[in-house]
Design a protein around this ligand. Structure first.
Ligand code: VGL
Ligand code: ZN
Length: 205
């Protein structure tokens, strides 16, 4: 996969490449490690690199374990809309919340942590799942003159999908590099994600 020419106004957004989403983790994404070579190699071309880190308090409302009679991958209704329930994952300060050991993180300027409010989940790097509460990332990127955002990471059908849609909504040219992404793909959700991103004007590479 060849990248277009990378400019100073481009940013690489590396989403949730954390141990719990990789092999052996509590919410492992199939084949997650396969994204590391692309990210580590191509990351060198970017002047701007932002990492996100899913960062939940213990007992987070997106965990099936805190709801009576619910199992992971069930959907419940929260005040802000439908919410898929997950196994406990990326609990603040635990080993599973750390970035994958082989992810090169030194060149990143910013780590955005998300999902740290007990009552609301946050898939997107830009907005929590109410689509109103901002993480501040859009303002950060705009103040630094970023015009185009390249999204990679985990999972294609959740956090990458919603980050890319919000990047587009915030007016950034948005590219999702599939070689740098893997999805959970429950019930064909990878294809749903591709369709949603494409019809919103996100470029899939
Ligand atoms: C994610 C489910 C729950 C993700 C995070 O990074 O895609 N998915 N929390
Ligand atoms: Zn999460």
């Amino acid at each position: 996969m060849t990248l277009p020419d990378i400019k100073d106004t481009d940013c690489l957004l590396i989403i949730d490449v954390q141990k719990d989403f990789c092999t052996g983790g509590s919410l492992a994404v199939p084949d997650a490690e396969a994204i590391l070579p692309w990210i580590n190699t191509n990351g060198e071309h970017f002047n701007n690199i932002v990492l996100t880190q899913d960062w939940h308090p213990a007992g987070h409302s997106s965990f099936a374990s805190v709801h009576d009679k619910q199992a992971p991958f069930d959907t419940i209704t929260m005040p802000y809309g439908d919410q898929m329930l997950w196994p406990d994952h990326c609990v603040q300060g635990t080993d599973g919340a750390h970035f994958h050991d082989e992810l090169k993180t030194t060149a990143a300027q910013l780590v955005i942590r998300k999902g740290f409010r007990t009552d609301i989940d946050s898939y997107s790097a830009f907005y929590e799942n109410d689509h109103v509460t901002t993480t501040g990332l859009s303002g950060y990127l705009k103040e630094r003159g970023v015009q185009r955002v390249f999204c990679v990471g985990l999972a294609l059908d959740y956090c990458v999908r919603f980050s890319a849609l919000d990047a587009r909504r915030e007016g950034f040219e948005t590219v999702v590099v599939e070689a740098g992404c893997r999805g959970i793909n429950a019930n064909g959700s990878n294809d749903d994600a591709r369709e949603a991103m494409q019809s919103a004007g996100v470029q899939l590479l």
